[in-house]
Design a protein around this ligand. Structure first.
Ligand SMILES: Cc1cc2nc3c(=O)[nH]c(=O)nc-3n(C[C@H](O)[C@H](O)[C@H](O)COP(=O)(O)O)c2cc1C
Length: 411
């Protein structure tokens, strides 16, 4: 929506979105020299207090730490809880091109300079989570603290959501006289930012992580009412694997591996002519393999598959049937999460014809049902495949190239 289309007077969509989308974890660019007026922080807290809370109970209490001696003690606790580890991790990965190199440099910088930050906010809430599922605790404070961060950003102040020090919350409670029965939520350094330009961060596009009317169901466009083949229906399965992406990669490019687990996919071979110098073909963008399948209703069939994505160790994808008008598109993505791998396997039906086209043409009124049934079948088989990969990798049957393996780093 553009600002011109916005029916809400006084709210500029572009400005609100910009503040929301550029509220980064600011650590390296905190201005440690310029004092922050207390009223400015109170203004941000007034904004934040408009956030919802369970039962409409105003149970949030905010502690602003400004005293240098208290900040120094907090900095010590931070250093002991995770800061030292952050500094070591930064020094270990510095200059290596490690995916977490920048975030560790930033995290370590904060750890080393926390006492110099003009104000440190510790948001707390009255209550202790008892696991009962009652609303009113974390679920009544997190949204408010994030509002604080965005309100601060809009005023030129930088914040960083940190929780590492909460492992020392007993010491923090003693330091600040926080009574029993309160929960500390985060520790937020606040300072003017050095420069005011902050970028949006790379994130999944909404369509890839938003499911309609059921978990894991995606739509490349629309969906129309009723949903149809042209909307690009698809699904996603994900699994976390206790190994780095490099150890997962050989399974993603072993084109027959999934046949061990899928009830439909029987096997695959690299196509003739894709074997340079007589070596086994693929995996490479543009390579072709032939997949064999078997389905009780569709029968047995072979389909050419064209490699569309191949970036070791991150991404392997292919289009089936016709490279220019695929019957379906498939993609593995392996991302590094704290030394482990999140493996994501997604597929989109169409836009070209496939095994369900004849069924849709003969029963057009049943198109949504046919699509959903097919998606559910794919999802079940894809789940078996990623679970199979997880089991094999974690059993250590293929070690992969572990050189450059990411050590477990997260903040
Ligand atoms: C629950 C949570 C805990 C975090 N804890 C820390 C922390 O202890 N120390 C730190 O430096 N950053 C911490 N962060 C900040 C993340 O590292 C940061 O959000 C991430 O690197 C992405 O950067 P961005 O927020 O600028 O997109 C935390 C973030 C969240 C959401």
């Amino acid at each position: 929506m553009t600002d011109a289309e916005n029916p809400v007077a006084g709210i500029e969509v572009a400005s609100v979105d910009r503040a929301l989308m550029t509220t980064r974890a600011v650590r390296l660019r905190l201005d440690l020299e310029r004092p922050v007026d207390h009223q400015l922080i109170l203004d941000c807290i007034d904004v934040a207090e408009q956030a919802p809370s369970g039962g409409n109970q105003g149970s949030r209490r905010w502690i602003v730490v400004r005293d240098r001696a208290i900040k120094e003690r907090l900095a010590e606790l931070y250093m002991e809880s995770a800061g030292r580890w952050m500094v070591e991790a930064r020094d270990r990965v510095a200059g290596t091109g490690h995916p977490n190199e920048r975030v560790m440099a930033s995290a370590a910088h904060l750890a080393e300079h926390l006492a110099e930050v003009p104000a440190i906010i510790i948001p707390t809430i009255i209550g202790v989570h008892d696991g009962s599922g009652r609303p009113g605790l974390f679920d009544s404070v997190i949204q408010s603290v994030w509002s604080f961060c965005v309100a601060a950003r809009a005023r030129g102040l930088g914040t960083a959501w940190t929780t590492a020090v909460l492992s020392r919350s007993d010491d923090i409670a003693e330091l600040l006289g926080i009574p029993d029965g309160m929960t500390q939520i985060a520790m937020i350094p606040v300072a003017w930012t050095k420069g005011t330009e902050f970028k949006t961060a790379p994130r999944y596009p909404a369509r890839e992580i938003t499911y309609v009317d059921g978990f894991a169901r995606t739509w490349e466009s629309g969906p129309s009412d009723p949903p149809c083949h042209a909307d690009g229906p698809g699904c996603v399965v994900e699994v976390d694997i206790k190994a780095p992406p490099a150890a997962v990669w050989p399974y993603l490019t072993d084109i027959s591996f999934g046949a061990r687990f899928s009830e439909e996919f029987v096997g695959a071979r690299w196509a003739d002519g894709d074997e340079p110098d007589g070596q086994p073909g693929g995996p490479a963008v543009g390579a072709t393999f032939i997949g064999s399948n078997s389905h009780p209703a569709i029968g047995e069939w072979e389909v050419p598959c064209f490699v569309t994505h191949c970036e070791e160790p991150r991404e392997f994808g292919w289009a089936s049937a016709d490279a220019d008008n695929p019957g379906a598109r498939w993609r593995f993505e392996a991302s590094s999460i704290a030394g482990a791998t999140r493996l994501r396997f997604s597929m989109i039906i169409g836009p070209g014809p496939s095994g369900i086209t004849a069924a849709i043409e003969s029963m057009p009124d049943k198109e949504p049902r046919i699509l959903f049934r097919r998606i559910d079948e794919h999802r079940a088989n894809m789940t078996k495949v990623v679970e199979g990969i997880k089991a094999e990798v974690e059993a250590g049957r293929v070690d992969g190239d572990r050189s450059g393996t990411a050590p477990p780093l997260s903040t």
